[in-house]
Design a protein around this ligand. Structure first.
Ligand code: NI
Length: 169
């Protein structure tokens, strides 16, 4: 199966708001399979369609990459509830290689989405999975994890980000 190239920081499609998927068809299933493959080969725990240059609300994730059972494919995910409680977790992103940052986000959430069979699903998540879901839904809205860093921290990363943007990263 052909993998996708991953869009890197500076690529315009990472900043677009992705479109809602209106229809499930075999092409979409193939697309999602290729996303899963790309995530696995990239050793990621999540991947959004915008990261492979496709502006659709689709994301795949697996908080335990060694297990197949924990793989989740989400179409049109929508976070419907967030906990007041927050935690700090270090995040990275296949589209922002070489950079990691500790980000504060709600520690638990509830998400609704369509699975690849077209069924509507509702999922409560906490810990790493809740974190991945928020990171991926951000991607679908054109938001990157570095946007959540403090201005001071971002200033420290400015050179690295510039290098990524110009393809020298
Ligand atoms: Ni990411």
């Amino acid at each position: 199966m052909a993998m996708f190239d991953i869009e890197i920081y500076g690529s315009e499609c990472l900043r677009r708001k992705c479109r809602t998927v209106e229809e499930l068809d075999p092409d979409l299933e193939d697309f999602i399979d290729r996303m899963v493959e790309t995530m696995i080969v990239g050793s990621g725990v999540g991947l959004a369609a915008s990261q492979v240059g496709v502006c659709k609300r689709v994301a795949v994730m697996n908080p335990e990459p060694d297990r197949e059972k924990t793989l989740i494919r989400m179409i049109n995910p929508k976070i419907v509830a967030l906990s007041n409680e927050e935690d700090t977790i270090e995040e990275g992103c296949l589209s922002v290689p070489g950079i990691r940052g500790r980000i504060i986000r709600p520690s638990a959430l509830e998400v609704v989405y369509i699975d690849r069979k077209g069924r509507e699903r509702r999922l409560e998540a906490e810990g790493l999975l809740a974190r991945i879901i928020q990171h991926e839904v951000d991607h679908l809205n054109g938001i990157l994890f570095i946007d959540h860093l403090s201005i001071a921290k971002r200033a420290l990363l400015r050179r690295k980000l510039k290098d990524l943007e110009s393809g020298r990263g």
